[in-house]
Each structure stands twice: as structure tokens, then as C-alpha cells.
Design a protein around this ligand. Structure first.
Ligand code: FBP
Length: 343
């Protein structure tokens, strides 16, 4: 913990000073997201009580339908941001189409993309879950936002981050000026700078992948995972396997301790040949963070941040973490290509 108490508001303001032309709109947008995260964190922390208090999905004493957590989180992010005049539109992993700004509110210069509660299948098991967000600048001409504001390559992001609801709640973000982590101090309700300038350690320690899909992977992916697990003192192998099944939690661990997270394409579901994870809501924001922390992210063939999105909910394979580990994975997948092309 740095000696100085640095709140997220102060940090964002200090970052804003790096941009003399900044209007404060972006600063306030980041602050709105932090506020939504505090409210979601409060609900996540008492989720375990839902059953006892018969809350989730039930009707509460006011006769109101109590929302499931992921619906609550989605609602909270929309309501915190739809009236501020900072956004031209939003896109949520939970919504099929973009979420327009209501006509009664003005539109702004940014487009907000979010996965309101990632890893939601882990909620009832009290496993860490997270919110992932990404911010783009408005590029569409009209007064209101359009899907074009969301289908931008990842390297054009203005900011990206996530909130992890774990043993403590942390918000990690980057605007391209380093990656910074803040821990929520519930006693004062403030995110305080706890992890300034996060850099992925030069030597990765962990590999994170759902090995239950092993038989559905390409030969290249199987060979790569076998390589990581092989025993070879000279190259410091085997790497240690860690897989929570909650993307934000797995990514956060590897960001701090080094390693690679993978969700390769697999043949498990012919309708989902490109793996499970979403390009806009999951892969691109984490790729932006990884690159600004000294790592990298690939779909196995190309840099995630160079992919030109064509659909709001398109999926992509993801290999993210230490540069050497991701590049090695690409090498193994090139083997697939060679094998495929060989007569
Ligand atoms: P959701 O967006 O539906 O929560 O799914 C994403 C996710 O839960 C990630 O957090 C996690 O990395 C992955 O799916 C786990 O998938 P699997 O259970 O197939 O390993």
C-alpha cells in the first residue's frame, strides 16, 4: 500500500492532467463506473444470504421482484450511465442489441461496453466473479450512437478495466497510462490505490485452461498444453495449473503472478467454433490491460487488439498473459496450420 491515500477520483484526475485538452467528461465516466461497482459489490457480498433470506428471484417485502445478481449488475451499469450526457450508447453482454441513450437525455462522446457480471455461473459457489468494461470514442456521425461506435478494433479503446468481487473488491483499469489497481475500503466506501503501475512479472508461473475440453482441442493446442506440463528443470517446467472458471479471477491472478490464460477454440459445440469468450466484452478489454502491463493477447493467430469486429456478440479464442508464453502458443497453432496445409 503506497503511504499516500490515493482515491480513484484523485488518481483519475491526476491522469486527466496529462491531457491538457481534457474536459472531465472521461474522468466522470470512469467515476460513474466505479460508483456502479461499489453498489454491485455490496449486492455480491450479501448474495450468499439470498437463499436464507429467500431474496434471489423472489418477491421482497415491498412486493418487488428481487433481481438475480447479473440482472441487477446490468441494470445498475445502465442506470448509472444512461442520463449523464457522457455516453452516445452502451453495449452489454446481456443485451442482444446496443442500449441507446433514452431520448430525454443528451448524448456524449463515448461508447461504453460491459460484461456486467462475468463468471456468473460461479455466484452460488461463492467464487470470485467480475465486471469487465471497455470505453471507445464515438465515431458515428449522427447525434445518437450506433453499432459502428462498438465495432472498432481494440487498439482504439480509450480505456478498459475490470472489477473483481473476491476476498476484497478491486478495480483495475488503464487509459493507456499504465495499469492501476484500487481496493475498495468498505469502511469508507472508497476505492484506494493499492496496486500502482501493475506489470506482469517477466517469468510466467501459471497456465489457466479448462483441461476438460482437452479432447476437443486442435493438435497444436494439445501439444502446447503438454509442453507446459512437461517436466524440464532447464526451462522451469512444469508450469503450475490454476483454473477457477471465472475469467476475471483467472486473469487477475496471472496479471499479478505471471502466466497464461487460454480459452482456445474447440470442437465441443459446432455452433461455437471460435471458443466461448466474447471479443468485445471479454477478450478486447483484457487484451488492452495485458498489453499495457507488458504482456500480450492473441486469438492464436493474430493480436486480439488488431481484430476488426463484425458482430456485437462475436466470439474469439483467447491466449493472454506473458508475451513469451502467448507467442509460443501461436507457434504451436501455426503447426496446426502447417499440418492442415500439408498434402
Ligand atoms: P459468462 O460470461 O457466461 O459468465 O461466461 C464466461 C465464463 O464464465 C468465464 O468467466 C470463464 O472463463 C469461462 O466462462 C468458463 O468456461 P468453462 O466453464 O467452459 O471453462
Amino acid at each position: 500500500m503506497t503511504s499516500e491515500i490515493v482515491t480513484i477520483e484523485r488518481h483519475i484526475l491526476e491522469q486527466q492532467r496529462l491531457f491538457p485538452k481534457a474536459t472531465g467528461e472521461f474522468t466522470n465516466l470512469l467515476y460513474d463506473i466505479a460508483l456502479a461497482a461499489k453498489i454491485i459489490s455490496r449486492e455480491v457480498n450479501k448474495a450468499g444470504l439470498a437463499e436464507i433470506l429467500g431474496l434471489a428471484g423472489a418477491v421482497n417485502v415491498q412486493g418487488e421482484q428481487v433481481m438475480k445478481l447479473d440482472v441487477f449488475a446490468n441494470e445498475m451499469l445502465v442506470r448509472m450511465n444512461d442520463h449523464t450526457g457522457r455516453l452516445c450508447a452502451m453495449a452489454s453482454e446481456e443485451s442482444a442489441d446496443i442500449i441507446p441513450i433514452p431520448d430525454q437525455f443528451p448524448c456524449g462522446r463515448y461508447a461504453l461496453i460491459f460484461d456486467p457480471l462475468d463468471g456468473s455461473s460461479n455466484i452460488d459457489m461463492n467464487v470470485s466473479i467480475g465486471t469487465i468494461f471497455s470505453i471507445h470514442r464515438k465515431v458515428s456521425r449522427g447525434p445518437r450512437g450506433s453499432v459502428a461506435d462498438f465495432l472498432q478494433a481494440g487498439y482504439k479503446q480509450a480505456a478498459a478495466g475490470y472489477v473483481i468481487y473476491g476476498s476484497s473488491t478491486m478495480l483495475v483499469y488503464t487509459t493507456g497510462q499504465g495499469v492501476h489497481g484500487f481496493t475498495l475500503d468498505p469502511s469508507v466506501g472508497e476505492f484506494l490505490l493499492s496496486h500502482p503501475n501493475i506489470h506482469i512479472p517477466p517469468r510466467g508461473k501459471y497456465y489457466s485452461v479448462n483441461e476438460g475440453n482437452f479432447h476437443y482441442w486442435s493438435e497444436g493446442v494439445r501439444r502446447y498444453v503438454d509442453y507446459l506440463k512437461a517436466s524440464d528443470r532447464a526451462t522451469g517446467r512444469p508450469y503450475s495449473g490454476r483454473y477457477i472458471g471465472s475469467l476475471v479471477a483467472d486473469f487477475h491472478r496471472n496479471l499479478l503472478a505471471g502466466g497464461i490464460f487460454m480459452y482456445p477454440a474447440d470442437a465441443k459445440d459446432p455452433h461455437q467454433p471460435h471458443g466461448k469468450l466474447r471479443l468485445l466484452y471479454e477478450a478486447t478489454p483484457l487484451a488492452f490491460l495485458a498489453e499495457h502491463a507488458g504482456g500480450t493477447a492473441s486469438d492464436g493467430r493474430q493480436r486480439i487488439l488488431d481484430i476488426q469486429p463484425t458482430e456485437l456478440h462475436q466470439r474469439t479464442p483467447l491466449f493472454v498473459g506473458n508475451k513469451d508464453l502467448v507467442e509460443l502458443a501461436e507457434g504451436y497453432l501455426r503447426g496446426d496450420q502447417d499440418r492442415h496445409e500439408k498434402p
